[in-house]
Ligand binder design. Structure first.
Ligand SMILES: Cc1cc2nc3c(=O)[nH]c(=O)nc-3n(C[C@H](O)[C@H](O)[C@H](O)COP(=O)(O)OP(=O)(O)OC[C@H]3O[C@@H](n4cnc5c(N)ncnc54)[C@H](O)[C@@H]3O)c2cc1C
Length: 386
């Protein structure tokens, strides 16, 4: 991989996002966390600067700048506010089903509105009784004339209540296990669609996480993605391409916390010198920076492989590795940043305690760290386990 894999155009976009992050997002981050209100002003900022176009091809109004660019943008935003970085990551997560499995009509109907940010979207796989074991879902979809009728509940859905469009997985053949699952796009205005409780949580507090219900919810048969029974495969292909986005959120948090801790350690004195000059603190900073750089190498390689359309199973493996490593680094490094700030690190006045709380979800959402290890091990043991 070259020293900097970004093209001139990508670097220009990164610099724009970096400036917006520093000047417009950072001053809002603490307040977004404190109020736990969805930051519509950040959505407006993205619309104004066409950031929602980043995950979309140009024929549908996007920038056509590819997967790596999206990761870089999420990283830059998450350095200062992980909730705001997540807005971009979820616009990608919620639209990947359409991009990977949608037909021309479905893409024309929805992608331009998502690329402009007029509509937000979401991805609804998890249910109260099934998270890691997603194929154990109980939501059903039964064909009725020109519609499907959905019944069931999804839980922990990011963007619940703010999204206009949901990619939803439901069983069209409840007896058929994985191959009985189908994927749909469901508009929030569909009859029988309802948003339930929005969960109070530890971190990424401005992002909504909630329940959605389908009570005889009618969805046009035209909104089926791919064929009946292809839903599980679509869900996994989406995760292969969206998990790096959570890795980028983790990396942004880790780098943001490292940068902050470094500045602090240069100016805070103890025992007659800046704490950065105490070797234990210097060593901690060196480890933090090294972990960030290693995480970035893995993450960007993953982005490049997606852009170069590497073989599907290679993408599955590297995407799980990138998510696993970047998010574990996020937790380690943000915890170390709190330590470097001492008592001040524990106070809300400084951003590192928020970063540490925000980092935890990265190790859970879109497949826990354990599940990433399962995915990687399965890849390594192919032929032995099959
Ligand atoms: C803030 C937030 C946002 C979310 N956003 C979304 C969203 O937008 N869309 C969506 O569909 N879902 C979303 N989720 C759900 C998330 O993906 C699940 O919570 C996650 O996959 C884990 O599922 P679970 O909570 O049911 O835990 P479980 O699956 O019950 O797991 C519990 C524990 O057991 C471990 N475990 C389970 N199976 C294995 C195994 N085979 N080997 C080893 N360990 C195992 C897990 O790693 C975990 O530590 C979100 C969750 C949160 C908290």
């Amino acid at each position: 991989m070259p020293y900097d894999p970004l093209s001139d155009e990508q670097r220009e976009i990164r610099d724009l996002v970096r400036t917006l992050a520093r000047e417009r997002v950072a001053p809002r981050a603490a307040e977004i966390d404190e109020t736990a209100e969805f930051p519509w002003d950040m959505v407006e900022l993205f619309r104004e600067h066409e950031l929602f176009g980043l995950p979309f091809p140009d024929e549908y109004g996007g920038t056509g700048t590819g997967a790596l660019m999206v990761l870089v943008a999420i990283e830059e935003l998450s350095k200062v506010c992980a909730t705001t970085g997540l807005i971009l990551a979820v616009q990608e997560l919620g639209s990947l089903g359409l991009k990977l499995a949608g037909d021309d009509d479905q893409k024309e109907r929805y992608l331009p509105r998502l690329a402009s940010g007029e509509w937000l979207c979401a991805y609804a796989l998890t249910e109260p009784g099934s998270g890691s074991d997603s194929a154990a879902m109980r939501t059903t979809a039964a064909r009725d004339g020109d519609d499907y009728v959905l019944n069931g509940a999804k839980r922990f859905i990011t963007n619940a209540g703010v999204a206009d469009l949901y990619t939803v997985f439901a069983k069209t053949d409840p007896e058929a296990g994985h191959s009985g699952i189908s994927a749909f796009v469901v508009e929030a205005s569909a009859p029988g669609f309802e948003v339930g409780r929005i969960e109070p949580k530890m971190g990424i507090k401005g992002s909504t996480t909630g329940e959605i219900f389908f009570n005889d919810c009618r969805v046009p048969a035209d909104n089926l993605l791919g064929e009946e029974g292809e839903g599980f495969k679509i869900a996994m292909r989406i995760l292969d391409r969206s998990r790096p986005g959570i890795g980028a959120q983790g990396l942004g948090l880790a780098q943001g916390a490292t940068d902050y801790a470094l500045e602090y350690a240069r100016s805070r004195d103890a025992f007659g010198k800046p704490i950065a000059q105490h070797q234990l603190i210097g060593g901690m900073l060196a480890d933090m920076e090294t972990k960030c750089e290693a995480a970035r190498g893995l993450l960007y390689k993953c982005g490049l492989m997606i852009d170069e359309e590497a073989p599907e199973d290679e993408v599955t493996k590297i995407s799980a590795m990138a998510k696993l490593y970047c998010t574990d680094v996020a937790m380690d490094v943000t915890t170390d940043a709190v330590q470097i700030l001492g008592g001040y690190g524990y106070m809300k006045e400084y951003p590192v305690e928020r970063m540490m709380r925000d980092a935890k979800i990265c190790e859970i959402g879109e497949g826990t760290s354990e599940i990433q290890r399962v995915v990687i091990a399965r890849h390594l043991l192919r032929g032995i386990l099959d």
